[in-house]
Design a binder for this molecule. Sequence first.
Ligand code: 13P
Length: 244
Amino acid sequence: MRSKLIAGNWKMNTSWEEAKSLFNSVNEFPSNNKSMAVCVPACYLAGLCPAHPNLSVFAQDCSAHEKGAFTGEISAAMLASLGVKGSLVGHSERRQYHNETSELLKRKVDQLLANKLTAIYCIGETLEERNNELHFATVTKQIEEVIGHLSSTQMKNIVIAYEPVWAIGTGVTASNDQAQEMHAHIRSFLKTTFGEVANDIQILYGGSMNAANAQALLACEDVDGGLIGGASLKVADFEFIYNA
Ligand code: 13P
């Protein structure tokens, strides 16, 4: 049986004082049957680890390289040495603004797994792709190209986050039916590729999830949690979603 995971992606927000205050508040939410994670700016990782057992700290990105002369990069081994649980990989903002390709993302996933970390692998179609009915093909290709080479054992350290690009930061959320339909498609493709382990892989929904829509989205059979941007910066909203 899959447990639910509520993950906040702070993106490039908060001062260090704000980050500590937000983190301490989240760290004190009375625990329920869901797990929680926060994906925080890299410069705050060392100061925020470790969290209590129900809250994991994640990075938002990591290097595709193991180590060496790569100025400005942060390796998966460095994240592991801090007690970080893992990292987001392939967020659409990184694909779009930093031209991250499938080939690069595949190497990032490999680095994380080699260091026994979890990759939250983000996938999702643009509005144009959805309007042209290419949304299923797009996410299938994103899975095939970046994690298709993994073994079913390695897939135990992968969380999928389906984030339709048109829903991120726009206030437009996928309908419950659209989310369930896509999550079922993803699980069915994972089953074909990796077998029964697909039943245990968490598939999160992301894109304008908030206190008003979280409960209905999280009630969908194949929605195993949320990856929350804007609403994760507001303590009351994030707590409401965690309890939804
Ligand atoms: P919003 O919740 O602000 O739409 O962001 C979603 C997201 O990109 C999480 O990674």
